[in-house]
Design a protein around this ligand. Structure first.
Ligand code: ATP
Length: 606
């Protein structure tokens, strides 16, 4: 296997914060919080599983003593055939009982574990879905995906087996020790001499093995995260012919995963033989000292047999307790990352008594609005503007001047750092987020298409719309021309992101989606930028349909599309430097005039 060398600059591009998190100390508070997810099942699955665990444990504890002390020492040695029949029947019935209880134990414990994982994943997804834009600005989609999938998966074992087995193992361990002591205290002390070795294996060696497996998981998470980014960006990678570098990096993470897996399984492979050697040591002590006790009298053969059975069972709970402890520590690291997301509060929070607005007029005001995405740069610097209900206004200005930021504040994707944004005279913060966003529709240059049919995608903004309403919305914006040419028309399946459609076609779909949603405020952010001039002319009427009766904010670099606007705001570095209609601004001979002239020259030159 050859690992390709990765260019240093390519390596620097990828940074995965999870790399540093390996182990977390035990934390009671976090543990309780994690286990509180079992609460909904405290009246059914949890007690049922515990009852089955107790039944199987008690049966396991009873059988060796029934075989050794009673069947061998009493029935066989004393040749009591009726006692033998009774004992064989009891032992047989106990085995059946244990078999049945075990089936239900596994079933209910799995149901419990899976239900908790389902709830936790649902809770996390619902929470993440309601977080503000700023949260998503700061994280890659891959890193969020890894937490929702990998971190929650790593808790699966703990909830499915670990937590309840803990109870079974404690009962089993203490039960065995008590029974051994009652059978023969001196032999018990002798065989328990192997206990320190057992503890060493189950704590220190296991700890080492656990760390290795954790490393494997982290490497897998890193690979998942990278894969997500690679596939999403495959077109850019191909166009810049960066496949080799990308492959080399992938090869690197793939190799790291392979290596970590190899080391972990090597260590794991050592574990079993060591356990068997320790068991053999215990058996040697039992045979050597047990036989001498039988010869000198204090021990019967039956008790010796029971002892051998219990000793065989002894390692199991100790080993599993070590395993559960490992699962708990691994669960600590995962749950810390999960709770970090769950504790994240939406920065754009809704007031408790937020007003539900039903019939919005659509008047928008900005009063001395200042806004920064981060401390170092101010995106909006004291914006004052008023847009009357039903007006169509345009925002123009250089790249990065703050146009989209104004649109983001109207939809309340972010809150102003200072100043007030008002809609119909109400501070936007007093309005319930859902009812506000319900009345606003944003059409972006790069429209997101969800997997599903064309029909589903147009219906996205109003799920209860009838098929005919969807089609007439598509017709109104002229999207029907290309939809009808598709293999299955409105029922054509498009994959996530709609890569089989052109950017212009996606925009037309987005227009239809917005028209159907029937918002009071419409924001078109470079929405016609990818439509050719001919199509744009064709949809001018459609745009009129789309804009009529609503307040519209159009952000456009192509100035020909905004001439008709009631008011044009010219932005520069977060300030409004000019305002007025096309005529007024041309007469002003300022920045707008300059931009129009520059664009005219570019167009004539081309
Ligand atoms: N999510 C973000 N986090 C941090 N800074 C941002 C973010 N979005 C935009 N900015 C910054 O805020 C400033 C204004 O950006 P904005 O997107 O409003 O510009 P714009 O006028 O719409 O530009 P364009 O015409 O290129 O779309 C820019 O300096 C930009 O780098």
């Amino acid at each position: 296997m050859n690992k390709k060398k990765v260019n240093e600059n390519v390596l620097k591009r990828f940074h995965y914060s999870t790399d540093s998190v390996i182990d977390k100390p035990f934390n009671w508070h976090q543990m309780l919080r994690l286990f509180s997810y079992m609460k909904p099942y405290r009246k059914n699955l949890l007690p049922l599983s515990i009852a089955m665990v107790i039944i199987t444990t008690l049966v396991r504890l009873a059988i060796p003593i029934l075989i050794g002390k009673y069947t061998i020492d009493k029935a066989i040695v004393e040749k009591d055939m009726s006692l033998l029949t009774i004992l064989v029947t009891i032992i047989g019935s106990l085995y059946v009982l244990s078999y049945v209880a075990n089936i239900f134990r596994i079933k209910w414990m799995n149901d419990l574990g899976q239900s908790v994982i389902y709830d936790l994943r649902k809770h996390l997804f619902t929470h993440v879905q309601n977080l503000s834009h700023r949260f998503f600005d700061q994280r890659s989609a891959g890193s969020i995906l890894v937490r929702i999938m990998n971190d929650i998966n790593s808790l699966q074992e703990l909830f499915t087996n670990g937590a309840i087995n803990l109870l079974m193992d404690l009962v089993l361990l203490f039960g065995i020790i008590i029974i051994l002591f009652t059978l023969s205290p001196s032999l018990t002390i002798a065989v328990l001499l192997i206990l320190p070795i057992m503890f060493f294996i189950s704590t220190s060696l296991r700890r080492n093995i656990r760390r290795s497996w954790q490393l494997v998981r982290l490497k897998q998470a890193k690979m998942n995260s990278h894969l997500n980014e690679s596939i999403q960006g495959i077109r850019v990678t191909q166009s810049f012919t960066q496949e080799k570098e990308n492959m080399a990096f992938f090869d690197g993470v793939n190799w790291e995963t392979y290596e970590s897996w190899r080391v972990a399984s090597q260590k794991n492979a050592m574990f079993r033989p060591m356990v068997e050697m320790t068991n053999a040591l215990g058996t040697a002590v039992l045979i050597w000292y047990g036989t001498s006790l039988i010869q000198t009298g204090p021990l019967t053969i039956g008790v010796f047999v029971s002892f051998a059975f219990y000793l065989g069972m002894f390692w199991e709970p100790i080993s599993r307790l070590g395993q559960v402890y490992n699962q708990l520590l691994m669960g600590m690291a995962s749950s810390e990352r999960i709770f970090e997301f769950l504790d994240e509060k939406p920065l754009v929070a809704e007031k408790e008594n937020a007003i539900e607005i039903k019939d919005l007029q659509g008047r928008i005001q900005f009063e001395k609005v200042v806004f920064s995405y981060d401390e170092n740069r101010t995106a909006l610097n004291g914006i004052d503007l008023e847009i009357h209900a039903g007006q169509t206004v345009a925002l123009v200005g250089h790249t990065g001047s703050g146009k989209t930021t104004i649109a983001n504040l109207v939809s309340r994707f972010y809150d102003a750092s200072s100043g007030v944004v008002k809609i119909d005279g109400m501070d936007i913060k007093d309005i319930s987020l859902k009812s506000l966003r319900h009345q606003i529709s944003v059409v972006l240059q790069d429209t997101f298409i969800f997997s599903g049919t064309i029909m589903d995608n147009i219906r996205f903004g109003r799920p209860d719309a009838k098929d005919e309403e969807v089609m007439s919305a598509a017709e109104a914006v002229g999207a029907n021309f290309f939809i009808e040419k598709l293999s299955n028309g409105y029922l054509t399946e498009v994959e996530e992101r709609g890569n089989v459609l052109s950017v212009g076609e996606r925009q037309l779909l987005s227009f239809a989606r917005s028209l159907l949603a029937n918002p009071k405020i419409l924001i078109l952010d470079e929405a016609t930028a990818s439509i050719d001039t001919e199509t744009e002319l064709k949809i001018q009427n459609a745009l009129k349909t789309l804009l009529s009766g609503r307040t519209a904010i159009i952000i456009a670099h192509r100035l020909s599309t905004i001439r008709e606007s009631d008011c044009i705001f010219v932005l520069d570095h977060g300030h409004i430097i000019e305002r007025g209609n096309h005529q007024q601004l041309m007469e002003l001979q300022g920045e707008y005039h300059h931009l129009v002239k520059a664009q005219f020259q570019v167009n004539s030159a081309s």
